[in-house]
Design a protein around this ligand. Structure first.
Ligand code: GAR
Length: 189
């Protein structure tokens, strides 16, 4: 069995979608969800879905190898960032080269970088009167949102859209594609 570990900081709707997608999969399973937020809604989802969840703080994440040890203990094959907002430390990237992926709610390299996440991205897309936006799934390196792109999908933005409706369209793309891309990476690579 290939093991996925999901890192999430917030609601965790993508985490839930990935968990349910792989629930009865013959080759892949979600071993655990890790979060840096004690109050994150993703923890309720894990409880309901009976997936192990672990919390870590900034010090253990950045200044120790305890999270890497946890990942190794879970026999992790792929680390999936699903709404996870901290930069990944170098020691983790060194242990998992090309085995950490992130989903970003825009068409990178547009609207990426530090501070560009969630609603802020969609507000910027609206403000700049973009006619399209989308999702980017990419490998994670030491810089925010700069690793090699694995997959992108687009959706149209109309003048009637606001940040909320853009977010909804983007979430739909995420739910449709993220599990499939993970499956391809783990089964073909
Ligand atoms: C997702 O739209 C994801 O693309 C975005 O956060 C949202 C999390 O939603 N990630 C980033 O902005 C990373 N820079 P969820 O918690 O409901 O899955």
């Amino acid at each position: 069995m290939k093991q996925i570990v999901i890192l999430a900081s917030g609601s965790g709707s993508n985490a839930e979608n990935i968990i349910t997608h792989f629930q009865n999969h013959p080759e892949i399973q979600v071993a655990a969800v890790l979060t840096n937020k004690k109050e994150a809604k993703v923890l309720e989802r894990c409880d309901r879905l009976q997936v192990p969840a672990f919390y870590f703080n900034r010090t253990s994440f950045r200044d120790s190898d305890s999270v890497v040890k946890l990942l190794q203990g879970l026999s992790t094959d792929l680390v999936v960032l699903a709404g996870f907002l901290w930069k990944i430390p170098e020691n983790m990237i060194a242990v998992y080269p090309n085995q950490i992926i992130n989903i970003h709610p825009a068409l990178l390299p547009k609207y990426g970088g530090k501070g560009m996440y969630g609603e802020r991205v969609h507000e910027a897309v609206k403000e700049n009167q973009e006619t399209e936006t989308g999702i980017t799934i990419h490998y994670v390196n030491e810089q925010y949102d700069e690793g090699a792109i694995i997959f992108q999908a687009k959706t149209q933005v109309t003048p009637n859209d606001d940040a909320n409706s853009i977010a909804e369209k983007v979430h739909q793309l995420e739910y449709e594609h993220f599990p499939q891309v993970i499956e391809k990476l783990l089964c073909n690579g």
